[in-house]
Structure formats: structure tokens, C-alpha cells
Design a protein around this ligand. Structure first.
Ligand code: UDP
Length: 478
């Protein structure tokens, strides 16, 4: 049995973007993809990574490749297989490229050997399908080691790295020492931020392509207000009956789903009313998202300027019960609950810790969508952040956002234009100040939200992302 599996892809027409982006941007994208089609002359564009489900990379590939196919390109997605020891090593590399220690294990000859041994059968299997002249995008450290063999077979290889750190810590250096030899000869590597290009690969053959969101997915599609309200009521995020209104969302296959499950919410007293202003942060339960800091910033805001005393904080994240591969999430959530319990009652009763069911990813996305749309302000107070798609999602919904000036968050927002930035991500008083400012000034909130939406429309939708990939590819093929 081949260790490699192909993922079924849909075909979406780029036409959908006609109504959404500027005509010139639309025409440009269509022209780039048309040129790709000509240059490829029927050859395939492969994308290889190590998972078909879960995580931002898989989510982006699923929709981008569907649009590539809609533009007449034979885009395919294959997923490599590995053993636990391989994934332990690649996770170690992942942490290293973020500048952190991970499990601290050595990235030496033994790790290299396991890495190479697991990739070998994947390469062999892939070479049966790969034709000379095909293009291959290899995603992240897991697939980097396949590059030399695929190039030797006549493929045009691009390595796409979705992670990175601004500072070249010894950890990051160790990670790049391991990986760079595999991708040094590829004609192009792609990073999400300029600052993530390591010196060892900063040779004029590394480019920057920012991530994107899918404007038409359950997470970002338009929602009528009655749908938002019904979804929030059904999931227990606001009080009141769900009513008979539709709690609908669009599934990936185009059919309509309905939100049926409830979130599990730690709160004291009632859920917020529909009319209560919500301050929201949506994140995985990860210490770098600094949920505790958000609670303290909210407390600072309440004590100083919440005039009518009705604002509520919702911290939402995925249900971690039963998710065995994320033990950290459960621990972080437990710690957070203890932190919540230590606040005085008048604050605690206005802070809600919500875990959203993950049984149905479409339903989960619809809940995130509803919560983001209903929020008065969305916060992303990360201490570090690769890019921060939760911010992009909130901006697309015209929400005023407050984010830390770290990582990719600062690439998305100019302070005072598309949102507010916190210079010091650890400063909870500054978050309190920013909340006072936005919550007290409807005009400012509306202006920030409108600018945010424009920013995403221009820069962070899939059509730009796909066109950029193909523009770079065209440069190599021409
Ligand atoms: N997310 C979700 N359900 C949740 C919490 C988060 O679908 O309950 C999504 C969120 O909408 C976003 C992604 O997880 O699309 C998180 O991506 P981001 O780049 O913000 O941070 P990361 O988790 O990769 O550090």
C-alpha cells in the first residue's frame, strides 16, 4: 500500500470573487492563472503536506486548490505518512523554527536518519505519479526533505514554510541547520513574513506570501442577523430561546448544515442577553494567547469605564475533552478556570469561558462566525503569533479589533487605522485603555471595522494568495 494518499478536492469557480474584490484584482488573478495553465500545458501542480485535517494549512489548501481546479489547473493534494518518531522529530523542528525548545531532543545524525528513512518510501510512491515538468509545492518541515529527489526527477519544486521566528535564537539556528540543506537548492522558498526568512536562506530565492481566509466558508460566510442570533442562542452563548429561526451554515460540499450542539460554558449566572456588548477572543487554549491577560485587561476596563455596566467578556476555544493529541490545551483551560474563579464575583459574572464542540467542524465554524459577527470588539492579545487568522476573520466581519503588536498581527493592522495595537503585549492596563477607547466611541469602532474589512478584501482573501503562488510559479516555469 502506498504511504502517500491523495485528498479529494472540490472545484470552485473564481467567479465567486467577482462580487467581492476589485475588478482589477480579479482580472489580474484570472490572467495569472490562465498563464499558469498555458505554461503547465496539462502538467500537474502538486501540494504535499502531512495532514488533510486540522490546522490552518489544511484549511487553506482545501479551498485554494479547489479554486485552482476551477481555473482549469490540474491541482492535486497528497499527504505523506510517517511513524510517531518522525512526527516527534518534525514537531521538534516546528518548535525550533518558532525559536522554542520543544522536547529538547537533539537534532543530530540520528534524527536526520529517521527523517530520511520515513521520507524515502513517500518519495518512491510519489515518483510513480510525478511526471517530469510537474510543479510541486512542499509544505513545512515534514516534506522539505523530499525536495532534492523530486528536483532530480525533473519537477519544479517550491518549498512553502508556514512557520518562523523573528529572532535567530540558538534553537532556531539548530532547526535551520537541520532543514536548510534539504531546501538550499530549490529554486524558490516561500515564507509568511519577511522577518521569517532565515539568513541561511536569504539568498534572493526566498519570497513572502501572506496567508488568507476563505470568505465563503462556514467560518466567514455572510450571516443574517437572525441566523447569528439563533446560532448563539442554540449554542448557549447568549440567553433566550433559539426560536425557529434557521441556525444554518454552508458545508464544504455546498449543502446546508444546522447548528444543533451546545457550547460548554463556565460562567456564574446567566448567559449575556442579545443586547449586551460582547468583547471576544477566539483562540486555541495556548499560553501564548494569554487568555489570563485578556481577563485582567477586561477587569481594568470594567473598573474604569464601562458606563452602563453591561459589557461581557467571552473567551472561546475548541473543546479539548477527548482530543488526545492536545493535552496542553486541557491543562491550559484548567489553569484558566482557576484564574477565573479567583476574580471577585462582580467581574466573574461577566466573564464566560466557552469551549465550542468540535464534533462537526462546520458547526464549530458557524459558532465562531456568529460569535465574531456579534462581538462589539475582538481582541487578540497573543504574546507571540505566526500570523493570526483569528484576527483576519474578525477584520473580515468589520469588527474593531485590538491586537498585540507581535508577529503577523502587526502586518494586518496599522494602529489607529484597521484596529488598535498594543505595543507591549503583556500590558493589561493598555488593553483596558484600548477597550475604553473603542467601547466608548461608536464612530471610531465603525471606522476601524470598515477599514479592517477593506484591508482583508484587498490583501487577505484566497484569490490573492492563489494568484501569488501561481505568479511565482509562472516565473519559474517561463
Ligand atoms: N478556531 C476554531 N475553533 C475554535 C477556536 C479557533 O475553528 O474553537 C480557529 C480560528 O477560527 C482560526 C484558527 O483556529 O481559524 C486559529 O488560527 P490562528 O492563526 O489564529 O492561530 P493558531 O491556532 O494557528 O496559533
Amino acid at each position: 500500500m502506498s504511504p502517500l494518499s491523495q485528498v479529494d478536492l472540490r472545484t470552485y469557480s473564481l467567479d465567486r470573487f467577482r462580487e467581492v474584490v476589485e475588478p482589477a484584482a480579479y482580472e489580474r488573478a484570472v490572467a495569472v492563472l490562465e498563464r499558469s495553465r498555458e505554461l503547465l500545458g496539462g502538467r500537474t501542480v502538486w501540494h504535499l503536506n502531512s495532514t488533510a485535517e486540522g490546522g490552518g494549512v489544511a484549511e487553506m489548501l482545501r479551498s485554494l486548490l479547489a479554486y485552482a481546479r476551477g481555473a482549469g489547473i490540474d491541482a492535486r493534494w497528497a499527504v505523506i505518512e510517517g511513524e510517531p518518531e518522525f512526527f516527534r522529530i518534525t514537531k521538534r523542528l516546528h518548535h525550533a523554527l518558532h525559536g522554542s525548545t520543544g522536547d529538547g531532543s537533539p537534532l543530530g545524525a540520528q534524527a536526520s536518519r529517521v527523517y530520511g528513512e520515513v521520507l524515502r518510501p513517500n518519495i518512491e510512491a510519489f515518483l510513480e505519479d510525478l511526471r517530469p515538468g510537474d510543479a510541486v509545492f512542499l509544505h513545512d518541515p515534514q516534506t522539505a526533505g523530499m525536495a532534492p529527489a523530486l528536483m532530480a526527477h525533473g519537477a519544479t519544486v517550491i518549498w512553502r514554510c508556514h512557520i518562523g521566528t523573528e529572532d535567530l535564537t540558538p534553537e532556531a539556528e539548530g532547526g535551520w541547520g537541520f532543514l536548510a540543506p534539504h531546501v538550499r537548492e530549490v529554486p524558490l522558498r516561500v515564507f509568511s513574513r519577511q522577518a521569517y526568512i532565515p539568513p541561511v536562506l536569504d539568498d534572493g530565492r526566498s519570497a513572502v506570501v501572506q496567508p488568507s481566509i476563505d470568505a465563503f466558508s462556514a467560518k466567514n460566510e455572510e450571516q443574517d442577523e437572525d441566523v447569528t442570533r439563533a446560532i448563539l442562542a442554540q449554542s448557549g452563548l447568549i440567553s433566550g430561546p433559539a426560536g425557529n429561526g434557521p441556525r444554518s451554515f454552508t458545508r464544504e460540499d455546498g449543502t446546508t448544515g444546522s447548528v444543533e450542539r451546545e457550547a460548554s460554558v463556565l460562567r456564574e449566572g446567566d448567559a449575556p442577553d442579545w443586547g449586551d456588548p460582547l468583547i471576544v477572543q477566539v483562540s486555541r487554549w495556548d499560553p501564548l494567547k494569554d487568555h489570563g491577560g485578556v481577563m485582567r485587561g477586561f477587569a481594568s476596563f470594567v473598573e474604569r469605564c464601562d458606563a452602563d455596566g453591561r459589557s461581557q467578556l467571552v473567551l472561546a476555544g475548541p473543546d479539548v475533552s477527548g482530543v488526545t493529541d492536545d493535552p496542553e490545551g486541557g491543562i491550559v483551560l484548567e489553569e484558566l478556570k482557576a484564574e477565573w474563579a479567583a476574580f471577585p464575583e462582580h467581574l466573574r459574572s461577566r466573564m464566560h469561558l466557552a469551549t465550542l464542540p468540535m464534533d462537526d467542524v462546520g458547526e464549530n465554524a458557524a459558532m465562531v462566525n456568529a460569535l465574531q459577527r456579534h462581538a462589539s470588539v475582538i481582541v487578540q492579545k497573543s504574546l507571540r503569533e505566526g500570523f493570526g487568522l483569528t484576527l483576519t476573520e474578525a477584520m473580515w466581519k468589520s469588527r474593531p479589533v485590538i491586537a498585540s503588536r507581535v508577529g503577523g498581527l502587526q502586518d494586518q493592522v496599522s494602529h489607529g487605522e484597521e484596529g488598535l495595537l498594543l505595543d507591549d503585549p503583556a500590558d493589561v492596563e493598555a488593553l483596558g485603555d484600548a477597550l475604553c477607547r473603542v467601547m466608548d466611541d461608536e464612530e471610531l469602532a465603525a471606522e476601524l471595522g470598515a477599514n479592517a474589512r477593506e484591508r482583508v478584501r484587498a490583501d487577505f482573501l484566497g484569490i490573492r494568495h492563489l494568484a501569488q503562488y501561481h505568479d511565482l510559479l509562472n516565473g519559474l516555469l517561463a
